[in-house]
Each structure stands twice: as structure tokens, then as C-alpha cells.
Design a protein around this ligand. Structure first.
Ligand code: MLT
Length: 386
């Protein structure tokens, strides 16, 4: 029996979103307040330029795969990629009203109706392999961009998504940005809301597709995955108010004014991190290198400096640094994907990877293979004062 005390629950820990309360193990990734994100023990900046298949293999395996293992894994994903024709047809008939994340979540349920085996591990591989076409179809259906082409079975995982995505006036350089975005968003520890929700739903023995659809509904909230869309609007608004040649002093003044009006500054802070999110740092570098002259990128870089400076002055703010969403929308726009409504679908396309693998661990491996029990925390009764 291991009785080490990891956390003491007091009344002050209640109604805090379980902040800091350990509830289990995560075998895929971890988030350190100062050092950021690690996939299977490797810092994200060490592996962000690997091929997506190699990173997914790392998350599945928990160690770097040997060359022949990664090749076999990539082949396995390719083999599983084609969608049952009925899945494609059903996605192409989904209602177009509402946010695209509603369609993405519905599309995962449809995938489960036709392609589920009932084995979590098999279904996780199926889902990950098919997710690029599902996401592309959802975007095309919602945007009205016409038919989704057939997958290119010779292309790599994200190359295939790039091929499937029918963006008007598509630029070749978008491929690099989509790939980096995809690799950076696979996983973020065990306790982010969508991973936690997906595992909680799976703990009732809901199948993998239903659990992932629930996880995607969690990701769709503006405090979680949809923050990337809101952040771009903030950068756009700042640009509109200050103009393309704004100075750093003007941006700082603008931020102070917003704060004095109690308006939000988007793209800063994180529940765990206490430094700039390394996923943001990597995207800032690419943005600066490739699209430094783009007005949105220039503004996002000015906000990075000014926002941090101003927020740091408030001792109540425990993380005054940019998070992953601060720059992703500006980078995607500069690279030729100026469609913020779909940014959370891109996040979802990536995050299904980490959540699916975490569910496989909890259902098939945890507690010597017995799996974790149904999630059932305790709530204390409180009489409401009316
Ligand atoms: C994420 O990538 O899931 C977000 O940074 C939120 C989180 O980690 O809680």
C-alpha cells in the first residue's frame, strides 16, 4: 500500500475545477509549470519537427519507435484511413447550422455507428487513422466548399489532410503550419478538460467514438479549444483599432485601457503553466520567420510583449504569459487559412490522438489490466440561500 500524501483536500479546494488534485496517471504526456509540455518524457521542442506518424507512435508506445516500428505504424494508419462510404455520405448530409465543432462531434458518433469494433485499442487506431478525412469533410460540409477528394494513399498523415482540405487559393506553405499545429496539439497531460471528460465518459464503458465525441464537446467551449478562435478576433480587433504601424507603446496603452474597462485580454494565462507556453514559443518563431511582415503576426508579436509586461504588474495574476492560442490563429491566417470558425476543428483533429490513447490506457492497461472504475467523485450537500 502506497500511502504517500499527494494533496490535501480542504474546503478551499472545493469548486476550484479540481485544480492541482491528482486523480490518476497519464502515460502519454505531462505538463510542467516551468518546463512546459513533454510527450513520453521528451520536451515538445525536441520532437515538434518529427513526422506526425512518428510522434503518434511515440505517444502510443511511450518510447521512440525504431525506424521499422514507425514505418509499420505509419503503414497501419494508412491501411485504416479509408472511410466506409456510408460515413462520408452521412457527414455530407449533416445540418450546416451552428458551430463546426457540433458537426465534428456528430461525425465522430457517425464514425462509431459504422466502423466500431468494440475494442478500445482497435477503435483508437481506426479513429486516429480516419480523423483527417472526417475533419476535412466536416469543414467542407460546413463551409460549402464542395466535394472532398479521395484520400491520397501515398501521402503522409498530415500531407493527406492538406491534400483533402479544399481551401480556396490554397498555398503550399500552409502544409508546414498545419503540420506543426497538429503535432503541438496532440496531448496536454491527463487533466485538460477534453481529456478528462473523454476518460470520464469511457469509464462508464461508453465506446471510444462516443467518449471522443463527448471530449470534443468539452473542447468546443471558449475557455478550452475554442479560445484559439477568440484570440484571433482579439488580435484582429487590436489591429483594427490601432492600425498596421502601431508602436509597442500604443499596444501597451491599448491593453491598459481594455483592462481598465474590465475587458478581457485573450491568449494569456494557463491553469498549470507559469511561463510562456512552449507551444506558443514554437509558433511565434515560425510566424516571425515566415510571416513577420503580415499585419496580424506583427500585432500578435507586439501583444506578446506588451500583454506580458502589463499583466506582470498585477500580483494576483499567476501566469501573465502567452498560451498556445495567442498566436495560432494569426499564424494560420498568415499561412492562408483565414477561417477562425474551423480552428477548433483543427485542434480537435489533433487532440483526438492523445485522448484516444489515454482512454486505451485507462480501459485496457490501468490497474493491472482491470481498468479504472467509473468516475464518481463526491459532492457535499449545501442548502441554497434563496
Ligand atoms: C490544452 O492544450 O488542453 C490547454 O492548454 C488546456 C489545458 O492544458 O488545460
Amino acid at each position: 500500500m502506497n500511502e504517500e500524501v499527494l494533496f490535501t483536500v480542504t474546503k478551499d479546494s472545493l469548486e476550484t475545477g479540481l485544480r492541482g488534485v491528482p486523480v490518476g496517471y497519464c502515460v502519454t504526456s505531462s505538463v510542467h509549470p516551468e518546463n512546459g509540455l513533454f510527450y513520453a518524457g521528451r520536451p515538445i521542442n525536441e520532437i515538434c519537427s518529427w513526422e506526425p506518424e512518428k510522434v503518434i507512435d511515440l505517444l502510443f508506445r511511450g518510447r521512440e519507435g525504431r525506424e521499422e516500428e514507425v514505418t509499420a505504424f505509419a503503414h497501419e494508419l494508412k491501411k485504416r484511413a479509408p472511410l466506409d462510404i456510408r460515413v462520408g455520405e452521412a457527414i455530407d448530409r449533416l445540418p450546416r447550422e451552428g458551430h463546426p465543432m457540433a458537426l465534428f462531434s456528430a461525425a465522430l458518433l457517425i464514425l462509431g455507428m459504422f466502423e466500431q469494433t468494440g475494442d478500445y485499442r482497435e477503435d483508437a487506431l481506426h479513429l486516429i487513422a480516419k480523423a483527417p478525412e472526417v475533419a476535412a469533410r466536416v469543414i467542407h460540409r460546413h463551409a460549402g466548399w464542395g466535394k472532398t477528394p479521395l484520400p491520397d494513399l501515398n501521402a503522409g498523415y498530415m500531407e493527406s489532410f492538406f491534400h483533402l482540405l479544399q481551401v480556396p487559393e490554397k498555398k503550399e506553405s500552409l502544409k508546414e503550419v498545419l503540420q506543426l499545429f497538429n503535432v503541438l496539439h496532440y496531448d496536454h497531460g491527463g487533466g485538460n478538460l477534453s481529456a478528462f471528460v473523454g476518460k470520464a465518459v469511457a469509464s462508464g464503458l461508453e465506446d471510444l467514438f462516443g467518449s471522443l465525441a463527448a471530449a470534443m464537446n468539452a473542447l468546443a467551449g471558449p475557455r478550452h479549444g475554442r479560445a484559439n478562435q477568440e484570440c484571433l478576433h482579439f488580435v484582429e480587433e487590436s489591429l483594427e483599432s490601432l492600425g498596421a504601424s502601431a508602436s509597442s507603446e500604443e499596444v501597451e496603452h491599448y491593453i491598459r485601457e481594455r483592462l481598465s474597462r474590465k475587458e478581457l485580454i485573450y491568449g494569456f494565462g494557463h491553469a498549470v503553466l507559469r511561463v510562456e507556453d512552449p507551444r506558443a514559443t514554437l509558433q511565434y518563431s515560425l510566424a516571425q520567420k515566415e510571416y513577420g511582415d503580415h499585419p496580424l503576426v506583427r500585432m500578435a508579436l507586439l501583444i506578446r510583449e506588451a500583454g506580458t509586461k502589463v499583466l506582470k504588474e498585477n500580483p494576483k495574476i499567476n501566469n501573465p504569459y502567452p498560451n498556445v492560442d495567442a498566436i495560432s490563429g494569426s499564424l494560420l491566417t498568415a499561412a492562408g487559412f483565414p477561417y477562425p470558425e474551423y480552428y477548433t476543428v483543427l485542434f480537435g483533429l489533433s487532440r483526438v490522438v492523445g485522448i484516444a490513447i489515454q482512454i486505451v490506457y485507462e480501459r485496457c492497461e490501468a490497474r493491472e489490466g482491470k481498468g479504472t472504475p467509473i468516475v464518481r467523485p463526491k459532492y457535499l450537500y449545501k442548502k441554497r440561500e434563496i
